[in-house]
Design a protein around this ligand. Sequence first.
Ligand SMILES: [Zn+2]
Length: 226
Amino acid sequence: MMRCAVCGSDELHYVEELSATLIREWELSAKEAAYVNRQQGLQCVRCGSTLRCMALATALLRHCGGAGTLAEFSASPAAQQLRVLEINEAGGVSPFLAKWPAHVFAQYPDVDMQRLPYPDASFDLVVHSDTLEHVPDPVLGLTECRRVLREGGACVFTVPIIVGRLTRSRAGLAPSYHGEPAKGDAYLVHTEFGADAWTWPLAAGFADCRIVSLEHPAAHALIAVR
Ligand SMILES: [Zn+2]
């Protein structure tokens, strides 16, 4: 039975998230649409985390050496020491990171990932979830994430990855948005990540990039170590 990596609940429910418009713009096959829907639509009833956020939590725990759930790790002495920068709200993971005393939150898009207003080497962790695809220059965004990390620190993040193709820029293609334009919370997609998603952190100068799979191909997270 699957348990939520964030809070430990085994009560999950599923809501279809992808619109027909987004599936068409993204040129997803039925199989790809099904796993992206699972990534974004399978949710914990108790804490609201999606499968995507559970993958993020799993990667955070893997990097920090935490056993159990993110909720349990958050209450541990180790978490109390970590200087974490969260860029854009990381879904169900966010309320737990917010409890860490040295947590800094950068509101997206008010804070530009390509020009972070923080000194070099000032964080142990940088966390973002499904935000990098909305940054015009993802290598520059990740270069900034690396700059603000201390040596050995990690950028732990998710992007939606279509595993059977390579990354493409949407420059020159019709605009495509994630979120709901009618509600005013839609963000333009600049990059559609594919099987080579791991090369972006390396291009930004990270020493090491690890892909954590909670459920392949629906739920991956990346750990890029400075
Ligand atoms: Zn949960």
